[in-house]
Design a protein around this ligand. Structure first.
Ligand code: OGA
Ligand code: MN
Length: 308
């Protein structure tokens, strides 16, 4: 199998020449793992495959993990997690943005970040696509780190940030709340959606990627709460808040991000230790189905804050 690698806009690559009807040789598997480590975001097109084939393909990148939201995990395929817009569950994920009703919008995040032990990665495959909206954004935080000026690099090297899990977007300090209103059924506490609560998790602002060794800017807007003890590092609280605002904006710059417009059969695999992602959501009543598989993480990148 001969793979062709084409850069996407700004970050990540598209890979063509992958035929999942054929056995993937050990050499091609190794090439795919290396491409993933090098580029963090891989796009594949026209993969009209079964859930079993998706599960088998995903295993090339590591052991799979069951997602904690068991309720929506497929009974038949425990490794498969079905993300669905346009179902009777929409009302819980509906909110208003400048008066517009939107289902399932998510700010930039890394999955399971709030546990201090994010999964290694995940693969999404489009089963039903929304004609408009429903985009997924990916941001390469290794490239974002590399582009920081030397003074900022020296400053953030010493700092840690804390993430505070919350069900309420209004409680998040670094997301854009202009024109935002929760929906009438938006969950208020984790138990409302049968979710556990989580203690805060802390990360160095600069995390060394366990595989590539690249430095990753570990600052993403969702759940981001504070710099830990900024005064010990010569920063006032106000300065630490301004720093995080600046870093959040930096990571979201167009030059470090790629927005995927889904077509049926598209697959995107991302490195959740390096790339953040977000989703624009869909209009009410619009169907969108994505089959997701999750590659487990065997490294705790952050630490759980207990009594701090
Ligand atoms: C996810 C996720 C985004 C999307 O699967 O973790 O954030 O566009 N998905 O469905
Ligand atoms: Mn996610």
């Amino acid at each position: 199998m001969s793979l062709t690698v084409t850069p996407l806009d700004h970050v990540g690559v598209e890979i063509s020449g992958l035929n999942l009807e054929e056995t993937i040789s050990e050499a091609t598997q190794q090439q795919l793992r290396e491409l993933w480590d090098e580029h963090a975001i891989l796009v594949f097109r026209d993969q009209h495959i079964t859930p079993e084939q998706q599960i088998e393909f995903s295993r090339i990148f590591g052991p799979l993990e069951m997602h904690p939201l068991k309720a929506t995990t497929s009974e038949e395929y425990p490794e498969l997690f079905v993300l669905e817009n346009g179902s009777d569950k929409d009302k819980f994920f509906t909110a208003f943005y400048n008066g517009e009703e939107i289902v399932g919008r998510l700010d930039w995040h890394m999955d399971l970040h709030y546990t201090a032990r994010p999964n290694r990665g995940a693969l999404l495959r489009a089963v039903v696509v929304a004609e408009e909206d429903g985009l997924t954004g990916f941001g390469d935080l290794a490239k974002a780190y590399d582009a920081l000026d030397d003074e900022t690099k020296a400053l953030v090297e010493k700092l840690e940030v804390a993430y505070t899990f919350s069900m309420q977007r209004r409680h998040m300090r670094y997301v854009n709340l202009d024109g935002y209103e929760p929906g009438p059924f938006s969950p208020k506490k984790p138990a409302d959606v049968a979710f556990p609560d989580f203690a805060d998790a802390a990360y160095p602002i600069v995390v060394k990627h366990p595989i590539s060794g690249r430095k990753v800017l570990e600052v993403v807007e969702q759940f981001l709460d504070r710099v830990i003890t900024p005064q010990q590092f010569g920063l006032s609280n106000d300065e630490s808040i301004e720093l995080l605002e600046r870093l959040v904006e930096h990571g979201k710059k167009a030059e470090f991000t790629y927005f995927h417009h889904w077509k049926k059969g598209d697959m995107v695999l991302w490195d959740n230790w390096r790339a953040m992602h977000c989703t624009t959501g869909t209009k009410p009543g619009i169907k969108r189905v994505i089959n997701r598989t999750t590659i487990a993480g065997d490294v705790t990148l952050g630490r759980v804050l207990k009594g701090e």
